[in-house]
Design a protein around this ligand. Sequence first.
Ligand code: ARG
Length: 560
Amino acid sequence: MNFKNDFADILFQALDGQLEKNKLLLMIEKPKFENMGDMAFPCFELAKTLRRPPHNIAAELASKIQYPLFEKVESVNGYVNVFLNKQKVSSIVIKKVLSDKNHYGDLNIGNDQVITIDFSSPNIAKPFSMGHLRSTVIGNALALISEKCGYRSIRINHLGDWGTQFGKLIVAYKKWGREEDVKQQPIKELLKLYVKFHDESEKDSQLVDDARLWFKKLEDGDEEATKLWVWFREESLKEFSRIYELMGIQFDSYQGEAFYNDKMDRVVQILGEMNLLEESEGAQIVPLDELPPCLIKKSDGTTLYATRDLAAAIYRQETYQFIQSLYVVGNEQTLHFKQLFAVLEKMGYKWQQGMKHVPFGMMLKDGKKMSTRKGKVVLLEEVLNDAISLALKEIEKKNPKLTSKEKVACQVGTGAVIFHDLKNYRQNDIEFSLKEMLKFEGETGPYVQYTYARASSLLRKGKFVESNQVVQIQDVEAWSIVTTLTSFPNIIKRAIEEYDPSQIAKYVIELAREFNKYYASVRIIDDNVLKQDRLSLVYAVTIVLKEGLRLLGLQAPEEM
Ligand code: ARG
């Protein structure tokens, strides 16, 4: 069901193979105005090679083309314009969506091969930042989109659960901490201890030495240090899990940085054997051709973030045999990933070509970077809960009789936050505004969800029953919905090729708009003869809206 493809096939034959089909596909345009048809083929390039006037070629082609789904083919100013038979095409498209249901738009390009997606990856004992929120939302959508394309996705939360800060935390906890407080609000409490450590260590440098000692103990597997570390990690993870649960996100692995502690020696050994390591001021580095060298070991022998990522990449390839390996991490780590990939390339790993940094911009508030300021932290859980209570207020206004208000408010509130992020191309910085994202009009998650609910209620009111009969749509207003439905598979393809969920977000907004226009101009369930056919179209819209939302990580409430 790809009419552009059909047109290219027909042109290929009409031109006796003078132009390749792929080339033809690229040349076919969408006319600017509706009265110029649904597709157009420009003949100017051909005119040059054939040394004939373009209108001449267009006229000849137009006369040769005959196809049941084309209602009219004309030649105008050097273009071949094709008009699709709206009724026939509508029936085909609606039938296809209704029979494929949520599998409509599935692309079988992945062949069950694995894509690992490293996303979210917050740091233990620190607040979940806005950057981590972006990574979480984008990474989750990419996982869902790759599955739609036939890949097997492995969701990896590469927790920042190792580093010198744990030495500081242990010292601070032993000095000032209380078990109960950490249990109640782990992140807030651990952060408090961390901040206190920094304030106090300015006055008392002994603390810094103690912290170093405790981190060393931790690295050496000391029992007390390990026990505290495990506990901090668990408590933090409990808190993060609440956020993931609110957003309906799951991971296949929580193997963070610490997991690679015993896997780095091997990497360093291989690097040494391959003569890739050099010494520089006591540290071990891998010099790179066009990049700053990658630091592998500090002069005191400790390993680094990059060393862990090297070990992680090799582990992931050995464990999952990935065909692609994505890292959904902010722009500011671009150099780190370039170095990582370059070192792996030097090590001769061919699979390194499947690795890709998927960067994103910053979250801004009033034009400034949203940071975890000292003392005052923006806690993501609070943001989500605010969004949910705002959604609840709105729903109470709109639909006081709704029974499952809380559940719907949760779907709408979190959905609003997710959608607000994903409707923007990921590389752009985005402005954070709860009020904006929760609007029921405009380009928001709630708008699309609301449209879905409205369409669903129409199906209930109109007592829609699915049948195998041919659907006949005569409303001219329906045509733009039909063409939008047609392009869904193509949107999925673009989204996966460009690792860009915003393609889908923009698409569902467009489809929702088209539907709302139709809803405003056609009395869908008033005419008994046309009702079931029209509702088939509505049903097709609900299927695609719901699937589009799902791919972004949003739920579609039936009522709201
Ligand atoms: N924990 C890191 C941070 O917050 C992100 C980790 C990203 N993943 C990775 N494999 N390096 O900056």
